[in-house]
Design a protein around this ligand. Structure first.
Ligand SMILES: Cc1cc2nc3c(=O)[nH]c(=O)nc-3n(C[C@H](O)[C@H](O)[C@H](O)COP(=O)(O)OP(=O)(O)OC[C@H]3O[C@@H](n4cnc5c(N)ncnc54)[C@H](O)[C@@H]3O)c2cc1C
Length: 380
């Protein structure tokens, strides 16, 4: 039997969950397909910019009740141990994706979103009027609008012949939750730290329940050269004295790390085959900006507003697609470009050391870079 829905959302990360909640509350029938089942861990640094804090609270999320860590300081270390400390103008908070996504899922369920969990979208076809969506178990659905919120890179991108899939991406992401072992832990819980090492950088910040998230980005070559994640961590990450201390003084709470490959920062299109892309499916900002989640949440709000206008008959489909593409570029394209540019300054041992040394004497430049990669607080 073919099921029909107003909106079908592919992927239930932040972009998918927030847009499902907005659109269900606006009175539309929403079906969300998510490959996994909640709650689950995800490779992500789990530091969220305050840009989205008031907006998340209006959605019904009580961040205090989740026990988020409040973060207002930034540390940047070079592989040599040279350290820059700077206050954060806007700041943010730390919360695990395990908790955040589960809470949004519960809110969306309560709002009437129909979830198809543990299944994935294999194909999407558009006949000029409506979409036919095929799941991996053969089920077919039709819908008026499809939102692509399926993250950085998926098999579906290949099926849709998206151009960035032609280029392999060298990046690997690794994440742990850790807990300080003893009182000689030197990392305050109001700090987001970015510790650099050869061919990569590692973000660390507190989350709920006295835990910290430790998440790094490196290259496949770096990993290949050392044979395994523990060997690479010891030989390369451990050269940064701050990371060495973390590995020595924390309990690692997962049996094994969460790992993802093929992370692409290449420019993408926000509308592809008439699908409206949101979150990382529309473009992933380099993680050192600590802003991808805020962008996914903000993007979800934008895509919900234009989709609602379309379903109410206020705009035609060509207008919907054009307006959304323009809105998305205006809001996010420059940040992605700055993020890619800044990332080039990190990775090489001597260059990172030089950058940290220079920024130590030019604090206003740190604030300028942060401003360029962050947006305004979303008005509510
Ligand atoms: C190493 C690293 C560190 C980061 N650190 C930070 C940070 O500290 N702060 C920050 O703000 N951002 C950070 N980011 C970025 C942030 O994680 C993303 O921008 C954010 O998760 C995007 O949310 P999303 O909803 O677009 O995608 P996701 O959260 O990735 O959700 C996509 C979902 O789609 C599902 N899916 C995929 N394919 C299908 C399919 N075919 N059918 C059904 N479901 C499917 C997946 O299972 C997934 O749950 C980091 C990214 C990386 C790589």
């Amino acid at each position: 039997m073919i099921t029909s829905t107003d909106i079908l959302i592919i992927g239930g990360g932040l972009a998918g969950l927030v847009s499902s909640l907005e659109l269900a509350r606006a009175g539309h029938t929403v079906t969300l397909v998510e490959r996994k089942t909640y709650p689950f861990h995800k490779v992500c640094g789990e530091y969220i910019s305050n840009e989205v804090r008031p907006y998340l609270e209006t959605l019904g999320l009580s961040l205090n009740a989740l026990g988020v860590a409040l973060i207002d300081q930034f540390w940047l270390s070079a592989p040599s141990g040279r350290l820059l400390k700077s206050p954060l103008d806007l700041g943010g908070f730390g919360v695990s994706r395990y908790t955040l996504d589960q809470t949004l899922y519960e809110l969306a369920q309560a709002a009437g979103v129909n979830f198809l969990l543990g299944r994935q979208v294999d194909n999407v076809a558009f006949d000029g009027h409506q979409f036919s969506v095929t799941l991996n178990d053969g089920q077919q659905l039709t819908s008026q609008v499809v939102l692509g919120a399926y993250g950085k890179r998926a098999r579906l991108d290949k099926t849709l012949s998206r151009s960035f899939m032609d280029k392999p991406s060298p990046y690997v992401g690794v994440k742990y939750h850790i807990r300080p072992q003893s009182s000689d832990w030197d990392f305050p819980d109001n700090v987001i730290a970015l510790h650099n090492f050869s061919d990569g950088y590692c973000g660390m910040s507190a989350i709920e329940d006295g835990k910290y998230c430790l998440c790094y980005l490196t290259t496949r070559d770096n990993l290949r050269q050392h044979g395994s994640i523990p060997a690479m961590e010891q030989a390369v990450l451990g050269q940064n004295p701050y990371l060495k201390t973390v590995f020595e003084r924390a309990d690692f709470l997962y049996d094994k790390p969460e790992v993802i490959n093929e992370i692409s920062f290449a420019p993408k299109r926000a509308v592809e085959n008439h699908i409206l892309m949101a979150g990382d499916s529309a473009g992933l900002i380099t993680p050192l900006c600590g802003n991808g989640m805020a962008m996914a949440i903000h993007g979800a709000r934008l895509v919900s507003q234009v989709t609602d206008a379309f379903l109410q008959g206020k705009v035609s489909r060509p207008e919907l697609e054009q307006q959304y593409q323009q809105m998305w570029s205006r809001q996010f394209a420059r940040r992605l470009w700055v993020g890619r540019t800044v990332q080039r300054l990190f990775g090489s041992r001597w260059l990172t050391d030089l950058v940290v040394q220079t920024l130590q004497h030019a604090q206003p430049a740190v604030k300028t870079i942060m401003k360029q990669t962050h947006g305004q607080v979303i008005p509510v």
